[in-house]
Design a protein around this ligand. Structure first.
Ligand code: NAI
Length: 290
């Protein structure tokens, strides 16, 4: 099966990036969200990112214009009826994703593949909600999507090899490196990353070091490009909490218990860079200012 049209549901940090790399790879893209303002914000992020590539000479003016020209936005899932592949990137909440995949499973054309960009929710469960478990797969991109090389490909219990092959091919055409993992909580990326972030938050809560020292130690001592608290802000604290809860439930081990400070910050709406404040403070362009 050849993929020509890709639908992306959710125009947030991840969905807008996925739409951008899909369009840059030559696919026709329909980007769907629930409100015009979210679509506008997503498109603005795509324009900014493509603009930077153009400025740096990484793409031509023509490639820039063509990529933008291939992206349509919509408030209706009905506009995904013709898509060959639909990638979901909505909020990290199993109930929300379930409702969406029940609808997508019913309206997408029978041969279409459905993929989730979930960070941690079991692919096998989402596959079941979609009613087409053979044509369902995890396609886990990394933030910021236009810059990060990896796509973690997660096969559910019933995902077919043909589906895996199509998605691997699409990821490669987007210029990414797909790596396959089994469907266990947090897959590999977040099973390793999130407990580290959670532990950094616990260390901050206990007063072991300041946020600047915690981040500096991991940047300078471990050569991480970002410290764990900066990275948590970048990912979104709501997403971090949701992933820790999946790990905690999935493994039943207390070592995955979400930090109470993480929980409190999410309750306060301090979700990180996307809202302007988390562990640090950010301006409208997302630059750290405090
Ligand atoms: P976000 O909060 O930036 O964007 C989510 C978007 O989905 C919002 O625009 C929201 O309006 C929209 N949305 C919510 N419900 C919807 C629905 N029913 N239909 C259509 N649109 C809907 O979140 P972000 O960071 O883009 O995360 C999205 C997904 O990607 C989550 O599953 C997350 O776990 C995953 N992910 C996030 C990463 C990160 O670093 N933030 C990395 C890899 C995966």
């Amino acid at each position: 099966m050849e993929v020509k049209r890709i639908g992306v549901v959710g125009a947030g940090q991840m969905g807008s990036g996925i739409a951008q790399v899909a369009a840059s790879a030559g696919y026709e893209v329909v980007l769907v969200d629930v409100a015009e303002s979210f679509l506008e914000r997503g498109l603005a992020a795509i324009r900014r990112s493509l603009g930077k590539f153009l400025e740096k000479g990484k793409i031509t003016q023509e490639a820039h214009d063509e990529a933008l020209g291939r992206i349509r936005t919509s408030l209706s899932l009905e506009d995904l009826k013709d898509a060959d592949l639909i990638v979901e990137a909505i909020v990290e909440d199993e109930g929300e994703k379930r409702r969406l995949f029940e609808r997508l499973g019913a309206l997408a054309k029978p041969e279409a593949i459905l993929a989730s960009n979930t960070s941690s929710i079991p692919i096998t469960a989402l596959a079941r909600y979609s009613g087409r478990p053979e044509r369902f797969i995890g396609m886990h991109f990394f933030n910021p999507v236009p810059l990060m090389q990896l796509v973690e490909v997660i096969r559910g219990e019933l995902t077919s090899e043909a589906t895996r092959d199509v998605v691997v091919e699409v990821a490669r055409r987007m210029g990414k490196t797909p790596l396959e993992v089994q469907d266990y909580p947090g897959f590999i990326s977040n099973r390793l990353l999130m407990p580290m972030i959670n532990e950094a938050i616990e260390a901050l809560r206990e007063g072991v070091a300041s946020k600047e020292a915690i981040d500096g130690i991991m940047r300078l001592g471990m050569n991480h490009p970002m410290g764990p608290l900066e990275l948590a802000d970048f990912i979104g604290l709501d997403t971090c909490l949701a992933i820790m809860e999946v790990l905690h439930r999935g493994f039943g081990d207390d070592k995955y218990r979400p930090s109470p400070l993480l929980r409190r910050m999410v309750q306060a709406g301090l979700l990180g860079r996307k809202v302007g404040r988390g562990f640090y403070i950010y301006d409208e362009k997302g630059n750290k200012v405090g």
